[in-house]
Design a protein around this ligand. Structure first.
Ligand SMILES: [Mg+2]
Length: 330
C-alpha cells in the first residue's frame, strides 16, 4: 500500500486521516501531468463532487481494489431516481440504468472514488475528470456517517438464517416451526467470547409474496433472540430483505440490492459498525449467500441447495466450518 499515491482532486478541505498521506493536486490536468512524470498506482477521491459527511474503510478499499487494474467505488443508496449500476458476480459493472422507484427500491450508484493501476491510470483520466466506463469493475463500499474508528475494527460473523440457525423447512415464519441447528452454536460462541459481533442477514421473500408480514418476521426474530440468549448466545442485529421483483406483490415487488447475493444488508451493518471485513465470515447454505463484498470470507454448509464439494469454501458440516474458522482466527 505504501507505493500507492492518494490523490484528492480539487480538495476543499483537508480531512483528518492519519493512516494516509495525501498528494494535493487541484486539477485533473495537474494529476495527469504528475502521473506522466511519475507513474504509479493511485487512489483518487474527487472531493469536489462528494459530501464530506461520510467516511469509509480506505485500507479495505485499497486491498479489495488491488486485484483490479481499474475500479470505481459504488455506494448503496435508497432510490432517488438516479442511474444505477448493475453488478455482475465478478464485480463487473454491466450497465447504468435510470431507475424508477416503482421497480427499484434501492441500488448501487457510482461515487467519485477510484483505484487505478499505473498501467490503467492514464486511460481513465481525461481533462475533465476521471471516468471508468461500463465493462470495468465496481466495488460496493460502506459509507458511514458515524465517525467509525477503522483502526479498531473487529472481525464479524454474518449468518444466513434458514438452513444455518434453524432447519429450512420453507418459508419459516412461526416460532413453532423453528428447529435449531445446534452445531452452529459453538461458532456463534467463538465470536461472542471475543466480543466480536454476530449478525443475521436473511432473504424473506415470503413477505413479498404475502405469505406473512414484516411484523411476523420481526416478532419471530425477537423470540429467536431470546431462545439464543438463554443459551448465552448473542446476535447483535437481525436484518431481513422483504423484497422480490418476480414473485412479489405491491410495494414489495421491487428489485433490491438488499436481497442476497446483493450486499445491501451487510453494507447497512458495515455503515454502523467498524468491521474488519477481510477477517470476517459469511456462513450460508446457498450459493446466493455469497454476497457481493470482496474479501468477506464465504463458507457454504451442505444443506438442501446445490453444493459443490470441489469448492474450497464448501463444507459438509458445521463442525468442519468451526475447525476452519478456529484455524483462521487464532
Ligand atoms: Mg438459507
Amino acid at each position: 500500500m505504501n507505493d500507492i499515491t492518494t490523490i484528492l482532486i480539487s480538495p476543499q478541505k483537508p480531512i483528518n486521516d492519519p493512516g494516509f498521506k495525501f498528494t494535493w493536486i487541484s486539477t485533473t490536468y495537474e494529476l495527469k501531468a504528475n502521473l506522466i512524470a511519475r507513474p504509479r498506482d493511485c487512489f483518487i477521491i474527487d472531493y469536489s463532487k462528494v459530501d464530506h459527511g461520510f467516511d469509509f474503510d480506505k485500507e479495505l478499499f485499497l486491498s479489495q481494489a488491488s486485484e483490479f487494474s481499474a475500479v470505481q467505488g459504488l455506494a448503496f443508496k435508497i432510490n432517488r431516481g438516479e442511474p444505477l449500476v448493475t453488478l455482475g458476480s465478478d464485480f463487473k459493472m454491466l450497465n447504468d440504468e435510470a431507475h424508477s422507484q416503482d421497480i427499484y427500491r434501492d441500488g448501487l450508484e457510482r461515487v467519485p472514488l477510484y483505484y487505478l493501476s499505473k498501467i490503467a491510470a492514464l486511460d481513465f483520466i481525461t481533462d475533465t475528470g476521471v471516468s471508468i466506463p461500463v465493462g470495468n469493475y465496481g466495488l460496493p463500499i460502506a459509507f458511514s456517517k458515524l465517525n467509525l474508528d477503522y483502526r479498531k475494527k473487529r472481525p464479524a460473523l454474518f449468518l444466513d438464517r434458514d438452513g444455518v440457525i434453524n432447519r429450512d423447512v420453507g418459508y419459516v415464519h412461526k416460532h413453532e416451526e423453528i428447529e435449531y441447528l445446534e452445531s452452529i452454536f459453538p461458532i456463534i460462541e467463538l465470536f461472542n467470547k471475543r466480543n466480536w459481533p454476530v449478525f443475521v442477514i436473511t432473504n424473506q421473500s415470503g413477505v413479498a409474496q404475502g405469505m406473512y408480514s414484516e411484523e411476523d418476521v420481526i416478532s419471530l426474530h425477537k423470540k429467536m433472540e431470546v431462545d439464543l440468549f438463554k443459551r448465552n448466545l448473542v446476535i447483535k442485529e437481525w436484518v431481513y430483505c422483504p423484497y422480490h421483483f418476480e414473485k412479489g406483490q405491491g410495494d414489495f415487488k421491487r428489485h433490491s440490492f438488499t436481497r442476497k447475493p446483493g450486499a445491501g444488508m451487510a453494507l447497512s451493518l458495515l455503515e454502523k459498525h467498524a468491521i474488519d471485513v477481510e477477517k470476517s465470515f459469511m456462513i450460508g447454505d446457498k450459493e446466493s449467500d455469497n454476497i457481493l463484498i470482496k474479501g468477506l470470507n464465504f463458507l457454504q454448509v451442505k444443506g438442501k441447495y446445490p453444493y459443490n464439494e470441489a469448492n474450497s469454501f464448501c463444507f459438509d458440516s458445521f463442525s468442519k466450518i468451526q475447525d476452519y474458522i478456529q484455524g483462521k482466527i487464532v
